[in-house]
Design a protein around this ligand. Structure first.
Ligand code: HPA
Ligand code: ZN
Length: 347
């Protein structure tokens, strides 16, 4: 499908909600709602430095990435049992299904858990079981991407990879997250080279707060297939050309960027410019429990603020399927569903 029929501004939110889409940038630990954090803390006898759900939610006033990460890692400390990881992912999949997400690739941060004595097997089997049930019960295809914490060493990343290898078949790829500035992609050159030899898909956060140089090295040193965030690419015209020419997907997270003060307001977000420059941008929720919205909130609020139209909506959803790590039959089926949605929608 090429030309998309115009849709009136009043009907556009319905189309955004209804259209099938893939989510490619969701940290599953970032989907832990305060209510579930408190329930799991009680179930596991973990003490929290917050008196109540309201108290915890009140702490969600971030000034930058690090101010968020401190609270995010504290929230993840309630995850102990296999069932906890299952329950967390299950809650996310229910939200995703309501938003017509038909495919999701979940980031997880094993080092946050193994550092507390939780076994790799506990983490992966709980998440994987939730992925299997998401397909069977909700019709969502789902897979797992293991993220290395970039504020830790490459040696620790290698140890984490080693611990995960017995469950290699339950992981489709690896990523790189946590504090970006001062931890450039090339710090992880050798471990990413090893993951590439193992046939894992490769992605990395780059250009969220960090400079365009980090996007270049994620591409040229780590050889990643997608860039997570990447919004700082706009500062570098040569990089913009490269990303457009090679159709490197950017997994953009507008509400995250707003809450972490990457942009002062959604109206100033550059998603529209990235798309209009021919980049394969997508919309994602990042850490929805912390940033005030799941997929459809990200779509509807960003479209309302930037004046994007139905053609942009189609392109974003289409990009999400083009950039998914799925087999070609599933990709074609998802794109056919998207086309069908746009053809039958009365705007
Ligand atoms: N950036 C880096 N690391 C993260 C993020 C993010 O947005 N969310 C969870 N870990
Ligand atoms: Zn992220």
């Amino acid at each position: 499908m090429n030309a998309v029929r115009p849709v009136s501004p009043g009907r556009l939110p319905d189309l955004l909600r209804l259209m099938p889409k893939a989510e490619l940038h969701i940290h599953i630990e970032g989907s832990l709602e305060p209510e579930l954090i408190f329930a799991l803390a009680q179930r596991n006898g973990v003490a929290l430095p917050y008196a109540s759900v309201e108290d915890l939610r009140g702490a969600y006033a971030f000034t930058n990435l690090q101010s968020f990460l401190d609270i995010y890692y504290a929230g993840a400390s309630v995850l102990i049992q296999e069932q906890d990881f299952y329950d967390m992912a299950r809650a996310y999949f229910l939200k995703a299904a309501a938003d017509n997400v038909v495919h999701a690739e979940l980031f997880f941060d094993p080092q946050t858990h193994t550092a507390r004595g939780v076994a790799m097997e506990t983490v992966i089997s709980g998440l994987h079981r939730a992925c299997v049930d998401a397909q069977a019960e909700l019709g969502i295809s789902a897979s797992l991407i293991l993220c290395f914490l970039r504020h830790l060493s490459e040696t620790e990343a290698f140890e984490t990879l080693e611990q995960a290898l017995p469950w290699r078949d339950k992981i489709i790829g690896v990523g790189l997250d946590s504090g970006e500035v001062g931890n450039p992609p090339e710090k992880f050159a050798r471990v990413f080279a090893r993951c590439r030899e193992l046939g894992l898909h490769l992605v990395a956060h780059a250009g969220e707060e960090g400079p365009p140089a980090y996007i270049w090295t994620a591409l040229d040193v780590l050889k990643v297939e997608r860039i997570d965030h990447g919004v700082q690419a706009i500062q570098d015209p040569l990089l913009m050309q490269r990303l457009a020419k090679d159709r490197i997907a950017l997994t953009v997270c507008p509400l995250s960027n707003l809450k972490l003060c990457v942009f002062p307001a959604l109206a100033q977000h550059n998603l529209r410019q990235l798309l209009d420059a021919g980049l394969a941008a997508t919309v994602n929720s990042d850490d929805p429990a912390y940033f005030g919205g799941y997929m459809n909130d990200n779509f509807t609020q960003t479209f309302a603020a930037t004046g994007m139209d139905a053609q942009h909506a189609y392109q974003l959803a289409r990009n999400s399927f083009e950039a998914s790590f799925i087999d070609e039959t599933s990709r074609r089926r998802n794109i056919a569903r998207l086309d069908e949605c746009f053809e039958s929608f009365r705007g």
